[in-house]
Structure formats: C-alpha cells, structure tokens
Design a protein around this ligand. Sequence first.
Ligand SMILES: Cc1cc2nc3c(=O)[nH]c(=O)nc-3n(C[C@H](O)[C@H](O)[C@H](O)COP(=O)(O)OP(=O)(O)OC[C@H]3O[C@@H](n4cnc5c(N)ncnc54)[C@H](O)[C@@H]3O)c2cc1C
Ligand SMILES: NC(=O)c1ccc[n+]([C@@H]2O[C@H](COP(=O)([O-])OP(=O)(O)OC[C@H]3O[C@@H](n4cnc5c(N)ncnc54)[C@H](OP(=O)(O)O)[C@@H]3O)[C@@H](O)[C@H]2O)c1
Length: 469
Amino acid sequence: MAKRVAVVGAGVSGLASIKCCLEEGLQPTCFERSDNLGGLWRFTTKVCSVTKRPDFTVTGQWEVVTLCEGKQEATIFDAVMVCTGFLTDPYLPLDSFPGIHTFKGQYFHSRQYKYPDLFKDKRVLVIGVGNSGTDIAVEASHVAKKVFLSTTAGAWVRSRVCDSGLPWDMVFMTRFLNMIRNSLPTPIVSWWMARKMNSWFDHANYGLVPEDRTQLKEFVLNDELPGRITTGKVLIKPSIKEVKENSVIFNNTPKEEPVDIIVLATGYTFAFPFLDESVVKVEDGQASLYKYIFPAHLQKPTLAVIGLIKPLGSMIPTGEMQARWAVRVLKGVNKLPPASVMIEEVNARKENRPSGFGLCYCKALQSDYITYIDDLLTSINAKPNLFSMLLTDPRLALTIFFGPCTPYQFRLTGPGRWEGARDAILTQWDRTLKATKTRVVQESPSPFASFLKLFSLLALLGAIFLIFL
Ligand SMILES: Cc1cc2nc3c(=O)[nH]c(=O)nc-3n(C[C@H](O)[C@H](O)[C@H](O)COP(=O)(O)OP(=O)(O)OC[C@H]3O[C@@H](n4cnc5c(N)ncnc54)[C@H](O)[C@@H]3O)c2cc1C
Ligand SMILES: NC(=O)c1ccc[n+]([C@@H]2O[C@H](COP(=O)([O-])OP(=O)(O)OC[C@H]3O[C@@H](n4cnc5c(N)ncnc54)[C@H](OP(=O)(O)O)[C@@H]3O)[C@@H](O)[C@H]2O)c1
C-alpha cells in the first residue's frame, strides 16, 4: 500500500510536495488552514499538532490532529511534509521605535496592507527597506501627500530588467557566472556586486547604500524606486529616533516630521506551533535541519520541512527540488547519512563561518541557489553531467553552462526526467522574448556585429577550452 503523507500547507512548497508525492506513488493529503484553493485539498483545515505515534521507532508514523469547522480529528500518517513557509508571523520590533505607543495616527505591519487607497493625501512613513517596505512606499507615493522610507542598514535595489532589457535572474543566475563568483575572494565579489548595483543608480547618492557590503542582504527588486526618489515622491530617511503623537524624529536629523500613518515593513519570523520542540527547534531564525529539510536526530526519517530556505534565486524550483529528494527519502528509496554526519552539517551551518570566497551568505537560511540545487540533484542522481554532455550534445552543454539556470535543467535526467527538457532549454529565450516582442521589427544585420559575434564565439571556445581541459 502507498505510504500516506500529510502535507501541511498549500502554498508553492505544499503544491510542489503534493505533485512530487504523486510522482513517486505516495498518497498525499494536504491540509490548508486558509480557503484559497479548491479541489482535492482539505481546506480551512488547520493542523493543530503533529506528534510521534507510540510505536514511532518501529513505524515512523505520526498522529496529525486537525481542526475543521470547530471539529477536531486525529489521523495517522506514514510521513509528514511541513510546508508552512518562513513568513508565518509578522515581526513587530516595537521597542526599536521609542514612543510608538503614543502615536495618535494609524500604525500596522506590512502584512495588513492590501491597497494604497488608505494613504490618499496622507503623510506616510514606511519603516524597513525590504521588498515589502519598498513596494508599499512606491505604491503609496502615487496617492499620498508625502512618503518617507526609513532604513537602518540600507539595501541593494535592483531592477527586474537587466542588461539589454533581459530578466535579471536569467542573466545573473548562470552556472558560468556562479563558478566565477564562487572562485573569487569575497571582497572582490562584493566590490564587483557593488559596481554592478551602482551601474543602475549610485546607492550612496540615494541614501540606500548597504552599511555592510560583505554580508549579503536580500536584494530589493523594484523598478520604480529610483524614479520615485528623483521626483521627490519618496524620501529616504535614516532609522527612527523617536515617535511622537503626530510626528517622528529620525536619527541624525533634528527636524520633526509630521506623519499620519506608519507602516512597519519589518519582516517576519517563523514557528511550528504544531510540532514539539524535540522534533524541530527554531533558534536564532533557523531550524536544525539536514540540508534545510530533515531533522537530524529522528529515529525514522519520516518528517520533512519544505521551503524553509532563502536561496539567492527562485524559491519555487528550490522548494520543488527539496520535495523531489524528500519524497524519495520518505519512500525509502534514498537514504540519509548517519545522524552524526547530519548533525555535523547542521552545526557547521549554524556556525556560519564564511569561506572567504564567493558571496557571503551569512544570514540565517540564506544559500547559494545553484550549489544547493546541484547538491539535491546529486542526491537523486539527476544532476546533468556537463563534461560528458560536451561530447555528446555540445550545444546543450554550452547552453546549460553559459545560459540561465532554468529548472528544465533539473529534469534532463534521473527520476522525474522530462522528455521535453532539452528542447525547452534550447528555446527558453524565444519564450522569454515573446512577451516583449509584441511588434515585430526588421533588423538589418551590421557587418561589424557579425564580425564581433565571430570574435566572441572564438573567445568563448578559447575560454571553454581553458575551463574544461
Ligand atoms: C508580500 C509578499 C510578496 C511576495 N512576493 C513574491 C514575489 O513576487 N515573488 C516571489 O518569488 N516570492 C514572493 N514572496 C515570497 C513568497 O511568498 C514565498 O517565498 C512563498 O510564498 C513561500 O511558499 P511556501 O509554500 O513555502 O509558504 P507559504 O506561501 O507561506 O504557504 C504556507 C501555507 O501554509 C499554510 N499553513 C500554515 N500553518 C498551517 C497549519 N497549522 N495548518 C494548515 N495550514 C497551514 C498557510 O495558510 C499557507 O497557505 C512574497 C512574500 C510576501 C510576504
Ligand atoms: N515583490 C516581491 O517580490 C516581494 C514583496 C514583498 C515581500 N517579498 C519577500 O517576502 C520576504 C519578506 O520581505 P519583507 O520586506 O517583508 O521583510 P524583510 O526582507 O525581512 O525586510 C524587513 C526589513 O525591516 C527592517 N527591520 C527589521 N528589523 C528592524 C528593526 N528592529 N528596526 C528597524 N527596522 C527593522 C530592515 O530594513 P532596514 O535595514 O532597511 O531598516 C529589514 O530589511 C522576503 O523574502 C521578500 O523577498 C517579496
């Protein structure tokens, strides 16, 4: 009989987990506390507790207690996939804003924000330059009287549109560039990163330059912010010194600024209230999970956490890759190493010792997208072998190495192999550009451009020769 798997949460990680369970012949039941999706899932069903069965050391089974329409129900599952995300609880560090309790206007966490109408003709203060704070400040700036965006640490802000108008992640996230980044000392990579970021606009001139340029903070992706700053619609300010009844004072600025609404875009924390601490313990913003997925100390590897990671790349394929490996472990096809090896990996990650090379992923849950995905691909024997491919299918090998690291690459071989993967890789740019090429224009080829292409091709072949041989 197929193993029954409880999937807790129907976000992108939960949906990927359901799909991976089905691909491996497991029997998933997904519990989702909200009412957003329909179909097979058991909606508006909150998971209250997940506990080991008394015979756990033999069966690895869990008792999942759920609450639906006031009724509690307990069900036995052979395995559990926890897909509740890392943005579960709003982080509200009110102590960082002395006097906020005396504020007579409205203040709320960014999670409560839905539409900008409430900002109409108001003086708005948004605290925190993360993606939430920046999105909200920009939206508010179209209707508000004044918008302040306060930052303590600054951030690199970049456009979704990169060189030549291409999507930034398709340009930035290639195996070739990743290899170069990871082979260079961190100060050089940080300098190069700063140069690249400042090529769009000088972050120092806009008051946004990150205080710590070595430790990578998540980029802010926003196409509009620089334009809103140059037109005076958004005013970048330092951290908050004091909040008064109807105004704020920023650090290092004597002037008191009148404010009507404060949005605390101060991020999130996460927790697993339905799990005992002996199963998964959250400390300093991270959980002790082998490869960010499996508790290292369980007698049976029948519980996996999916999506508890911040890769410098797309979250959706990362969650899917995690689920692909995890279901094979839950099924018993792939084995975990001994507990001592897993604990060692977990402890090394907690120590967070920078290697001195590549980007510095020193914040909890941050990871290098390609390195992490490759590690999981290796675990299920699905990592494409570029060396042998260079001999059998050089065009594909070069496109994989120099082109965007799109998830088709993860389906070329091994379990879950997809016949259409090769073709999808070779035609990925056609689909990307189709979205913008809504008016077809005739381009006359320039002889100089053809010469340059030929020269680049030769230089490329030279580089490949040097890299591979
Ligand atoms: C405002 C905002 C905008 C974002 N925009 C983007 C974007 O443009 N692009 C992008 O790539 N990422 C974006 N992100 C990040 C993205 O939302 C997350 O990376 C992604 O949602 C993670 O998916 P997940 O399935 O792991 O978790 P979630 O999407 O958080 O899903 C977890 C699910 O678990 C359910 N759940 C939790 N506890 C229980 C329980 N006890 N019982 C039953 N169900 C439970 C929740 O209801 C939820 O549906 C954004 C995040 C925020 C906050
Ligand atoms: N459009 C999108 O893609 C989008 C939109 C929203 C969210 N998201 C994602 O959702 C996740 C959460 O994003 P988020 O912006 O909500 O949170 P976040 O990235 O964690 O940013 C929160 C910010 O709040 C500020 N802050 C934190 N603690 C503070 C304190 N004690 N005092 C003052 N300021 C403090 C910091 O900014 P300062 O240093 O500047 O003060 C911090 O960067 C991220 O992964 C993000 O990418 C994506």
